[in-house]
Each structure stands twice: as structure tokens, then as C-alpha cells.
Design a protein around this ligand. Structure first.
Ligand SMILES: [Zn+2]
Length: 133
């Protein structure tokens, strides 16, 4: 049996269905503490625990992927959205190449990250797989 159909709120100790993204009793936000981006090419990992803008320098240093050359200085944002209770990917306006998620261009409002999703610069460069901690 799956253990993921409910979650326990650390504030009130109650079990809630996963369809409740916030605790109905006290509003606790039930979302992963940390997003891990894993380079498909080098296997190197960057953990992101707060909203952050990432670009060429980070890609080069953290992932050691030469595809970093296709990214702009600021390419995309990872946002911890506590209203939507989701980690959201947003393209940075002005970046030279588009940011893609799962093979489709990231829409203006951004898109929610889920386990196993793939972020890329253009359709296939600088591929990063999404994991949560
Ligand atoms: Zn609670």
C-alpha cells in the first residue's frame, strides 16, 4: 500500500489527504523543503531551498556542463510559491534562448515543477532533472 495518500501536519499532528496542499486547521504549507536539479549530462546536483535565479555561471560551476554556453546570465527562476503551494519554474524575460520544461516552452505564468520533470535551455540543451527533498 502506498504511504503517500495522506501527510501529517508537523504543526497540529493531524493527517490530511494529499489533495489538501495546506493544513485546513492551521494553514501549514505542505511542500518539499528543497528542489534538487540533476544534470542529465554530468550527474552533478544543485539543491535549491529558496526562490533563486539561475543562469550561465551557476550552470557552469555547479553542473560542469558545457551546454551552459547556451544559457544567459539569468536564464530561469525557481520560485517557492506559498500561495499555489508549489515550486514553480519561470523563464527570465530577456534571456537569449527560451527555457523549456518537459519539451515545451515555459508559459509566461510559469509551470509547476514535479518529480522527474526536465528543464532545458531550448529543446535539448542543459537538461536538468527535477527531484525533491
Ligand atoms: Zn496543521
Amino acid at each position: 500500500m502506498s504511504a503517500t495518500t495522506t501527510w501529517k501536519c508537523p504543526q497540529c499532528g493531524m493527517d490530511w489527504a494529499v489533495s489538501n496542499r495546506k493544513c485546513p486547521a492551521d494553514g501549514y504549507v505542505n511542500m518539499p523543503a528543497c528542489v534538487s536539479l540533476v544534470s542529465a549530462k554530468t550527474g552533478k546536483v544543485a539543491d535549491i531551498s529558496a526562490s533563486a535565479r539561475l543562469g550561465k555561471a551557476v550552470f557552469k560551476q555547479r553542473f560542469a556542463d558545457d551546454d551552459a554556453q547556451f544559457a544567459s546570465d539569468e536564464q530561469f527562476e525557481i520560485v517557492r510559491d506559498t500561495d499555489a503551494v508549489a515550486w514553480v519554474l519561470r523563464h527570465v524575460a530577456g534571456a537569449r534562448n527560451p527555457t523549456y520544461y518537459n519539451g515545451a516552452e515555459v508559459p509566461p505564468g510559469g509551470c509547476e515543477l514535479v518529480t522527474g520533470g526536465v528543464i532545458s535551455v531550448g529543446k535539448s540543451r542543459m537538461r536538468l532533472t527535477v527531484q525533491f527533498k
